[in-house]
Design a protein around this ligand. Structure first.
Ligand code: SF4
Length: 364
């Protein structure tokens, strides 16, 4: 019987986060061992199937069209055969999941979405878990993804509701929650987490964990990212996250979401192996492997496998936690293209900091 609680308060979470480190680690590791094999870590590979040129203004993201970063826009959606080749490579290196990310505000029905559905079918038939992160989706689009065999849908809350508008002004927190609700109407598992190091307070970190842990059911997967500040984005000058903050955040996430897979995500290139080992001890049991995390650097999968060997960790097999979805072929599908391109919310306020940064850059 799961003892998962859905009524965590910000105060309780802050008290956990602030415990003496040894007590926090001990408690998190105890919870972790109760629900998971401590020597198994799930390995995902992240593939950017459509890069850059995004209409959103996420302050941390080099793919937003409005910032001037090193990222080159690739208008063309990756081909199904290219995705298949990348997935095969990842599988042979030990990855059990392929996450495909497209720099879209939301999914629009049409040929591009049909192509994504074909990618999902192809990877599921390779007996790998398939995850997509495509922006906001409607209930019908979620159902079409589920039919194609999608295992997980990623849609991060990023931070607390209160801090959200400091980071993103082109959509609202409620839009995010709505997409998660749409995904929940299918058997696709939910992957949702956030980023630390964006100038948020401890209250914001706790606020994000309240938002995630009070979802019922809690997300099956929660990525915790350390900001990788990218030149040209409004958050380019943020200081790097201390390993202690990462360990505390992972441990707290593990305690409040005991059955979830906690993913040690972006920012691993800034961490030593010892630091990462501490995160695994604190309850992280998933990583992204591959040289790139969409557009930012990440440790090479072979280096990760060496680290696993040192630590005696084995990569998790696909579908160990949830069973493999059945793929329905396009011709047999029950849910059709409705021509949907909903507007979602566009809050009218502007992020002052982003605007200032934009003006400075324009005069440079
Ligand atoms: S995080 Fe996603 S939605 Fe936000 S700007 Fe980047 S690609 Fe667009």
């Amino acid at each position: 019987m799961s003892e998962t609680r859905h009524n965590w308060t910000k105060e309780e979470i802050i008290a956990i986060y602030n415990k003496p480190l040894m007590d926090l680690l001990y408690e998190a590791a105890t919870v972790h061992r109760k629900y998971h094999d401590p020597n198994t870590v799930q390995v995902s590979t992240l593939l950017s199937i459509k890069t850059g040129g995004c209409s959103e203004d996420c302050g941390y993201c080099p793919q937003a069209a409005r910032y001037h970063t090193h990222v080159e826009t690739e208008e063309q959606l990756m081909s199904v055969s290219h995705v298949k080749a990348q997935a095969l490579r990842a599988k042979s290196s030990g990855a059990s999941r392929v996450c495909m990310g497209a720099a879209w505000r939301n999914v629009k029905d049409g040929p591009e979405f049909d192509q994504v559905l074909e990618m999902v079918r192809t990877i599921n038939k390779m007996n790998m878990e398939v995850c997509c992160t495509l922006g906001m989706i409607t209930e019908n689009q979620a159902k079409r993804l589920a039919e194609a065999g999608l295992y997980a849908y990623n849609h991060n809350l990023d931070t607390s509701k209160e801090y959200y508008e400091e980071i993103i002004s082109t959509r609202s927190y409620d839009d995010r929650l709505q997409t998660i609700e749409n995904v929940r109407k299918t058997n696709i598992t939910v992957c949702s987490g956030g980023i630390i190091g964006m100038g948020e307070s401890l209250e914001d970190r706790a606020g994000m964990l309240v938002a995630l842990s009070t979802l019922n059911p809690q997300p099956e997967s929660v990525p915790i990212n350390a900001l990788v500040p990218v030149e040209g984005t409004p958050l380019e000058d943020q200081e790097l996250v201390e390993i202690w903050d990462m360990v505390r955040m992972i441990a707290t996430t593990r305690i409040v979401m005991p059955t979830t897979q906690v993913r040690l995500s972006a920012g691993r290139t800034q961490m030593s192996r010892e630091g990462q080992a501490m995160c695994f001890f604190a309850g992280a049991n998933s990583i992204f492997a591959g040289d790139k995390l969409l557009t930012t650097p990440n440790p090479n999968i072979n280096e990760d496998m060496q680290m696993f060997e040192i630590l005696g960790i084995r990569p998790q097999e696909p579908f160990e936690k949830h069973k493999q979805p059945v793929t329905v072929e396009a011709k047999d599908s029950q849910y059709v293209d409705l021509g949907e391109n909903p507007k979602w919310t566009r809050p009218t306020h502007k992020i002052e900091r982003n605007e200032q940064k934009r003006k400075t850059r324009m005069t440079e």
